[in-house]
Design a protein around this ligand. Structure first.
Ligand code: DQA
Length: 141
């Protein structure tokens, strides 16, 4: 199975940004963590990170016909982006929404997810392991 792992804005700042919430490991550490688990699960994982909504929309569109599933942490765009929701609906690939932190126990605005409706499941609050759980969900889908 080929899976595209998409991370949204400020995920490139892992290790520096709000370490009490997101931990001290970097984005490069996250990619390594997922790669290791992917090879154990016999998943081919590719990675995309952007701070720009349109670039994330492009990446989702370009996944069509290339990947079998999407793991996506849209970060702040989770709570605002109709464009990312529509892109996920457009390609209709099985997608799982991931959040490193537990979004439901933070500010009220983080409880709202525009993308959830286009995803088969959501994994929130499990740290980096959440991406691995998301891959397992896609494998079973
Ligand atoms: C996040 C949660 C979002 O609310 C936030 O804007 C992020 C990261 C998470 O992984 O916990 O940037 O998606």
């Amino acid at each position: 199975m080929r899976i595209l792992v998409i991370n949204g804005p400020n995920i490139n700042m892992l290790g520096i940004r709000e370490p009490d919430i997101y931990g001290r490991d970097t984005y490069a550490d996250l990619v390594e963590y997922i790669k290791k688990a992917a090879s154990q699960l016999k998943v081919e994982a590719a990675f995309f990170q952007s701070n720009h909504e349109g670039d994330i929309v492009d990446a989702i569109q370009q996944a069509y016909g290339v990947y079998d599933g999407i793991v996506i942490n849209p970060a702040a765009y989770t709570h605002t982006s109709v464009a990312i929701l529509d892109a996920l609906k457009a390609v209709a690939l099985p997608a799982v929404e991931v959040h490193i932190s537990h979004v439901d126990s933070r500010e009220d605005f983080r409880r709202v997810s525009f993308v959830r409706e286009a995803c088969i499941d959501t994994v929130s609050g499990l740290g980096f392991q959440g991406y691995v759980e998301a891959m397992k969900i896609l494998l079973k889908a």
